[in-house]
Design a binder for this molecule. Structure first.
Ligand code: MN
Length: 540
């Protein structure tokens, strides 16, 4: 028996990181044939000429595209949130991730809830590639190129053709940030949006929902209610988008300012999950108790955990919860009931079933308030929003009554806010002055279309002393030498401690200034349930 055992093997096995993250009794992903590390030269396992590449569309916590190249017996991999672009002017963020086994290249299916990468995987593109990387006119091997931070490839796929380059933009280490760019060649096309033009599987022609539903009878989730990535509302830009709501068929419900939460029940087992699949079960036992007492079973409910400050919901109050804070769960959708998937039903039907499922529930569990537009066939959305704001609500969510439930951001759900607030990414902080503890202000920003962090200003109010101390401790662990902001104005701010842009905070403010800064910003809390890379400017 070789010395070292499993622990020693994990260090030398090129797929150790891949296997370490997965439980192959629960996921249908391949475990990968054992790989002899660095024993044989790079050789394509296909036995053919050119090595393979694959791009897998992956509807995980958020949709992304996994770009993988066969080299040295594994698939060297990047996660590209927005997918590849044919426009050479567009830089796409590509996060370098762990090597995957070669047989992953054909994997199409659903990774079950609670497992690593939970969500549906589709083979979006596949084909062969040529490594074009050179240094001083000499070819450079793929592994050496990746270690050095620059890889140039020629793709012969069904959707992707021509030259692309991948270049590292962060220090070497875990979760490296790279940029993927189309090279200027005969295949480059500034007007072509391949992501929306060709959304389906390159091998089976299925869309994500078909891949997912074809898998739903798999043994590992047969009969079980599960978490899935929730449906999200797009911000509605008034008055620009107002006409969208002038069409009939919209339902309006109260917008709540709390924590998105999916409640999953299988028999006596109740679980609460955040929108990005963090467990909430232990944090909100009073809600678990209420859900366990419902007469219905085998369901997934979608809703919002909220704490009321008077008539308004307050995210800050929910975050700072003390034993006297009452937390309620306001349900607004139903994904499964009594063992049946309800996501394909129109919203109006799902809401009727939800109301039945909630009948007799404890009073900390209720259906979200919807606006009865009564006999108005074409209610005026501006008047509805004004009335909601007058009543002290945070805003409205408009939903198409006939829409099905789809994971991810959808134009079928639109959010209209009364006051400006949104999530922003922390890129730095300043020292406190006077009697202040912890820190003075947070420097915050958002990602633009090109994946660059744009500076939005400083947030210096809204904290209590405990939050200031906690923030300083957390941010100290994220210290970075360089400013993460693309904006030269931010880089010039003196005395700033820069951090890796990983912390997301909720910020209320009065408006955006014409030069893109927050006016009167106020800290509302840290959002661990949202991804920094998802943070965009929301026009409010
Ligand atoms: Mn992935």
């Amino acid at each position: 028996m070789p010395a070292g055992g499993a622990g020693g093997q994990a260090e030398t096995d090129p797929l150790g990181a891949y296997r370490g993250k997965r439980n192959f009794e629960r996921t249908a992903e391949p475990s990968g044939a054992p790989v002899e590390p660095s024993s044989s030269p790079a050789e394509p396992a296909s036995g053919g000429d050119a090595p393979r590449f694959v791009v897998q569309k992956h509807a995980a916590r958020r949709l992304h595209y996994d770009v993988r190249f066969e080299a040295d017996g594994v698939l060297i991999s990047w996660a590209v949130p927005k997918g590849p672009s044919y426009d050479p002017a567009v830089k796409r963020l590509a996060v370098h991730v762990e090597d995957h086994p070669l047989d992953y290249a054909t994997f199409e299916g659903t990774i079950p809830s609670r497992e690593y990468g939970a969500g549906t995987v589709m083979v979006w593109d596949e084909g062969t590639y040529r490594n074009m990387t050179e240094k001083n006119g000499k070819p450079v091997g793929v592994a050496v190129a990746v270690a050095a931070g620059h890889l140039s490839v020629w793709l012969e796929g069904t959707k992707l053709r021509g030259g692309w380059s991948l270049t590292r933009t962060s220090p070497a280490g875990a979760k490296e940030a790279w940029i993927m760019v189309k090279r200027n060649d005969e295949h480059a096309d500034r007007t072509r949006d391949i992501i929306t033009e060709a959304p389906n599987s390159a091998t089976t022609g299925r869309d994500l929902e078909q891949v997912n539903s074809d898998q739903s009878s798999r043994e590992w989730n047969a009969g079980q209610a599960t978490w899935r990535p929730p449906m999200l509302a797009q911000p509605l830009r008034m008055p620009l988008d107002g006409r969208i709501l002038d069409q009939p068929g919209w339902l309006y419900e109260r917008k709540l300012d709390g924590l998105r939460c999916l409640a999953v029940r299988n028999g006596a087992q109740v679980e609460l999950w955040s929108r990005n699949h963090l467990p909430f079960t232990a944090r909100f036992p009073e809600v678990v108790t209420t859900i366990a007492a419902l007469p219905a079973d085998n369901f997934t409910i979608d809703g919002e955990l909220v704490a009321f400050d008077g008539e308004r919901t307050s995210f800050a109050l929910l975050q700072r919860r003390d034993p006297t804070t009452r937390v309620e769960y306001h349900a607004f959708d139903l994904l499964r009931l009594l063992g049946r998937d309800t996501t394909g039903l129109p919203l109006s039907d799902r809401l009727r079933l939800l109301a039945q499922a909630l009948a007799g529930a404890g009073d900390n569990l209720r259906a979200v308030v919807t606006i009865d537009t009564g006999s108005q066939t074409e209610p005026d959305p501006r008047a509805l929003l004004d009335a909601a704001c007058q009543a002290g609500w945070e805003g409205l969510i408009a939903k198409r009554a006939d829409s099905t439930y789809k994971s991810g951001r959808s134009p079928d759900w639109r959010k209209l806010k009364c006051t400006a607030s949104q999530e922003l990414v922390v890129g730095g902080w300043t020292e406190p002055s006077g009697s202040r503890v912890g820190l003075g202000a947070l420097l915050v920003g958002f990602y633009d279309e090109d994946g660059l962090l744009q500076y939005a200003g400083r947030v210096g109010t809204g904290f209590d002393d405990k939050e200031l101390a906690d923030l300083r401790a957390t941010l100290a662990a994220l210290a970075a030498t360089d400013a993460p902001f693309d904006d030269p104005a931010a880089r010039q701010v003196k005395g700033v401690h820069w951090v890796r842009p990983e912390m997301v905070v909720a910020v209320a403010f009065s408006e955006w200034t014409p030069d893109g800064r927050l006016r009167h910003p106020r800290f509302e809390g840290v959002r661990t349930d949202k991804e920094a890379s998802d943070v965009r400017r929301e026009i409010s």
